[in-house]
Design a protein around this ligand. Structure first.
Ligand code: C2O
Length: 552
């Protein structure tokens, strides 16, 4: 592989959407940010310089970061933030991954505007395991737009112990599209020609919403998720959760069509309408006639076709889709599913409450403060980086390695919620010795209603070996696990009112964050961290910190 160099200058830019201009944090003044392109096996150096008044850090979502945890990015987990005027060079290697990933700010809610695509091409001369597409299309990144400043929204929400405002629009590559007020000119157009097969990369960078996505009168063949190939299958609509990426093949009409086709994305949610943004971002699939390249099929006089999306809370649709995802599991792309398990963990994932601090009037149930937790522990980030403290061994006053392997107070998770909804705050890590094979069952709780949670694990890919509804049955459910071709990924939905079982090998030393990728839940504490120990060989140890690591 070669080394690819990128310069990321964090700077403010004025952007106008929905008829209002606001100053946002960007990379190089671009919104969405620049695309990173590399091949499997390449080294990537990204020189990030912070020119804004806010502390910053960038996460390379889904990049394994083998032994390079210092470059992972979550603020106060693997690094201190990059302060104004400082530069930090993220250095990592792309190991055995190919497809689409993405990068985003990993501090507070800055990822609302600081994000971009990572395109990982296969090694030179290695073909895709599916029919070669005629062309690649520009990646489609779903996002969310707020009229007001998201930092102000979050800090107000934290001060009043309530829920932050919901977004004002969804976007495709930063553009809300014609279904929003004064946004027809801000419509994403995907330009295609007839009779071709395109590779289309999809990224959900939205903060708080899982999304349905469909292109009218066209089918999508799913070939890869989270930079891992899957057995291809064809759908009209797909589901993509925040953090997830999906590559599809889009086959265009054989002949130049005299019609317009919209693409829509809209939330999947099991919570009450009104408590999430239920609006729709539309983009246009625009055909160009190869015979007369300047002509476009987008013409208001022509018929318009719109996709049909499932109802907002159609959990059956989601289950149907996610259970279709399977690893290729071929000789060339084997599924390295741990067949035996060294350690089993059971985590409850869900919302809860904290007692309202004295100086606040909280907006949670019965005057409490909203919170969220894993195994009743709502993670409080320290004021220095966990990884640093792990590396130096100076952990006292920073964290304790006593994260519970089981919930502290077991109950009927999907039945009647307990009277006491309180969670506990803490900074606890769960230690894993090198090469432990882990099975983790994550169970959604019903404490403040059932909800699907897209859980993201840093530093590892995992295999989704099982999922189901209701309470996990540790006696009978494991018999149904798929240990042959389960999908391998970095972000998985814990089903609303259900559970998901994953397996992974703890082969990457470092401190690895795991959290709900719905930003509001992360903010409320739905996050924990694993402490991956190194092995005895030097090639099994975390590398030392780079000399330009920012200081807290
Ligand atoms: Cu894409 Cu820790 O996040």
């Amino acid at each position: 592989g070669i080394t690819r160099h990128y310069d990321f200058n964090i700077q403010m830019a004025n952007v106008t959407r929905l008829c209002a201009t606001k100053s946002i944090v960007t990379v190089n003044g671009q919104f969405p940010g620049p695309e990173l392109i590399a091949r499997e096996g390449d080294r990537v150096h990204v020189r990030v310089t912070n020119h804004v008044a806010h502390n910053m850090s960038i996460h390379w979502h889904g990049i394994r970061q083998m032994r390079t945890g210092w470059a992972d990015g979550p603020a106060y987990v693997t690094q201190c933030p990059i302060q104004k005027g400082q530069t930090y060079v993220y250095k990592f290697t792309i190991t055995a991954q190919r497809g689409t990933l993405w990068w985003h700010a990993h501090i507070s809610w800055f990822r609302s505007t600081v994000y971009g695509a990572i395109v990982i091409l296969p090694k030179l001369g290695v073909p895709y395991p599916f029919p070669a597409p005629h062309k690649e299309l520009t990646p489609v990144i779903f996002g969310e737009w707020w009229l007001s400043d998201t930092e102000a929204i979050v800090s107000t929400a934290l001060k009043v112990g309530g829920a932050p405002n919901i977004s004002d629009a969804f976007t495709i590559n930063g553009l809300p599209g014609p279904l929003y007020n004064c946004s027809a000119k801000d419509t994403f157009k995907l330009k295609v020609e007839p009779g071709k097969t395109y590779l289309l990369r999809l990224i959900n960078a939205a903060l708080n919403d899982e999304l349905f996505f469909s292109v009218a009168n066209h089918t999508l063949t799913v070939v890869e998720v989270d930079a891992v190939y899957v057995k291809p299958f064809t759908v009209r609509t797909l589901v993509i959760s925040p953090g997830q990426t999906t590559n599809v093949l889009l086959a265009t009409k054989p002949a130049y069509p005299r019609a317009n086709f919209y693409m829509f994305a809209r939330p999947y949610s099991t919570i009450r309408p009104g408590t999430f943004d239920n609006s729709t971002v539309a983009g246009i699939l625009e055909y160009h006639n190869p015979g007369s390249p300047s002509a476009s099929s987008f013409d208001k006089a022509l018929p318009i076709f719109k996709p049909m999306l499932p109802y907002f809370n159609d959990t059956n649709f989601v289950t149907n889709f996610t259970t279709k995802l399977r690893s290729l599991a071929t000789k060339q792309y084997p599924a390295a599913v741990p067949q035996s398990v060294d350690r089993r963990f059971f985590f409850t994932i869900g919302l809860g409450t904290l007692p309202c601090p004295k100086n606040m009037t909280c907006q949670g149930p019965n005057g409490t403060q909203f919170a969220a937790a894993v195994n009743n522990v709502s993670l409080v980030l320290p004021s220095m980086a966990l990884l640093q403290s792990h590396f130096t061994g100076l952990t006292s006053g920073v964290y304790a390695a006593n994260f519970p392997a089981m919930p502290l107070s077991p109950f009927n998770y999907t039945g009647t919620p307990p009277n006491n909804t309180h969670v506990a705050t803490g900074t606890k890590l769960l230690a894993l010795s090198f090469n432990t094979s882990v099975e983790l069952v994550m169970q959604d709780t019903s404490i403040l209603g059932i909800e699907s949670h897209p859980l993201h694990l840093h530093g590892f890919n995992f295999f989704v070996v099982g999922q189901g509804f209701g309470n996990y049955d540790a006696v009978n459910d494991p018999d149904k696990f798929n240990l042959v071709d389960p999908v391998e990924r970095n972000t998985v939905g814990v089903p609303a009112g259900g559970w998901v079982a994953i397996r992974f090998l703890a082969d990457n030393p470092g401190v690895w964050f795991m959290h709900c990728h719905l930003e509001v839940h992360t903010t409320w504490g739905l996050r924990m961290a694993w402490q991956g120990q190194g092995g005895s060989k030097s090639s099994q140890k975390l590398l030392p910190p780079p000399s330009d690591m920012p200081k807290c």
